[in-house]
Design a protein around this ligand. Structure first.
Ligand SMILES: [Zn+2]
Length: 342
């Protein structure tokens, strides 16, 4: 079984050695590791129990008003695709709002009703939602649960450097890879609601064309930098797909999960790289603690650039309130900051 299908396997908590590091402190939208364990376990028990029964299957959601399919997506990026492809035929709820870190998220009490109501649960997979694996496994006994990364071929995925057999979950930063996710979500909606398949496929074609234009825009903007200027240093390892797609060397101060703090060596290595390559700016992220990246900026003299949107969309009224806006905002901020003259 591949890791996408086996996302119920409890995720490892980040790069090797992370166990020696302190956990990130809780803050708005972030849940302390361990704090929700009991709650998550209770939700699993309440929603589906250990074995599926007739009663538990009856817990699967019913359509919303007008026969619309009730969809629950974990991240805002996934919810955005479901809303665009589903249009008027779906009702989509995102479990995690702006600024929420999916690596650490555990369901809270108010999530119970939303999870119970969903007919289709969409999650990223590849262990992005590292603390929700058991819940997805249990939910799958009573409703459709789809890892939206499941159809991406393994040779297009990046390895998670310190974890044998696992892959980098931050697939939304390569627009071409995210198009695969659009196709998977379209297929899942069509399967659940075949009467609207023509509408789903029409909206998907239009959105895929928009994403082709977005991908071209990213290449154009990246091309405004000399290759030597394309060094992207951020809070955690979210941007390797971005780097591969658009030609940036990428360094995350923390590991690939946020469930660890940056070690001293990671900080000194980043400072050395900034000084050797004369990197002008480094970037904090919207869903990750700023402490480590601020320390690197202080020690290296690099400018602390604007906050990038990494694992969550911006607020709905911001330029990064949807997926296309998030990607555009990031590439604009990266290119503008790295090419700015001192
Ligand atoms: Zn991440």
């Amino acid at each position: 079984m591949d890791e996408t299908a086996a996302n119920h396997v409890p995720a490892r908590r980040g790069p090797a050695g992370a166990g020696n590091r302190h956990k990130l402190p809780p803050r708005a939208g972030r849940f302390a590791p361990g704090a929700g364990l009991c709650l998550a376990g209770c939700l699993v028990a309440v929603l589906v129990g250990c074995q599926p029964t007739v009663e538990q299957n009856a817990l699967a959601g019913k359509p919303a008003a007008g026969g619309r399919v009730r969809v629950l997506a974990t991240t805002g990026m996934i919810a955005d695709v479901a809303r665009i492809v589903g249009g008027e035929d779906v009702e989509v709820v995102a479990l995690m709002g702006p600024g929420v870190d999916p690596h650490l998220y555990q369901p809270v009490a108010r999530d119970q009703a939303r999870l119970s109501a969903a007919q289709l649960v969409l999650y990223n997979g590849l262990h992005l939602e590292g603390k929700m694996g058991d819940l997805f496994e249990s939910l799958a006994k009573s409703r459709r649960v789809v890892a939206v990364s499941r159809d991406i071929s393994q040779d297009r995925l990046l390895k998670w450097a310190d974890s044998a057999g696992m892959h980098d979950p931050h697939i939304w930063f390569d627009v071409k890879l995210w198009q695969e996710v659009v196709r998977t979500i379209t297929g899942a909606l069509a399967e659940l609601d075949p009467t609207h398949v023509v509408a789903y496929e029409k909206r998907a074609r239009d959105y895929l064309a928009e994403l082709d234009r977005l991908d071209a825009y990213c290449h154009k903007r990246a091309g405004e930098l000399e290759p030597a200027q394309r060094v992207l240093i951020t809070s955690h390892d979210a941007f390797h797909y971005f780097g591969r797609a658009y030609g940036f060397e990428v360094v995350g101060i923390q590991g690939i999960s946020t469930d660890s703090e940056a070690g001293l060596k990671a900080v000194t290595d980043a400072v050395d790289l900034i000084q050797a390559r004369r990197v002008r700016a480094i970037f904090p992220e919207s869903s990750v603690s700023r402490a480590a990246i601020e320390r690197v900026a202080l020690d290296s003299g690099a400018v602390l650039g604007p906050e990038l949107y990494s694992d969550a969309l911006g607020s709905p009224d911001s330029s990064a309130g949807n997926y296309v806006g998030m990607i555009k905002t990031n590439i604009d901020q990266i290119v503008d900051a790295l090419r700015r003259q001192p």
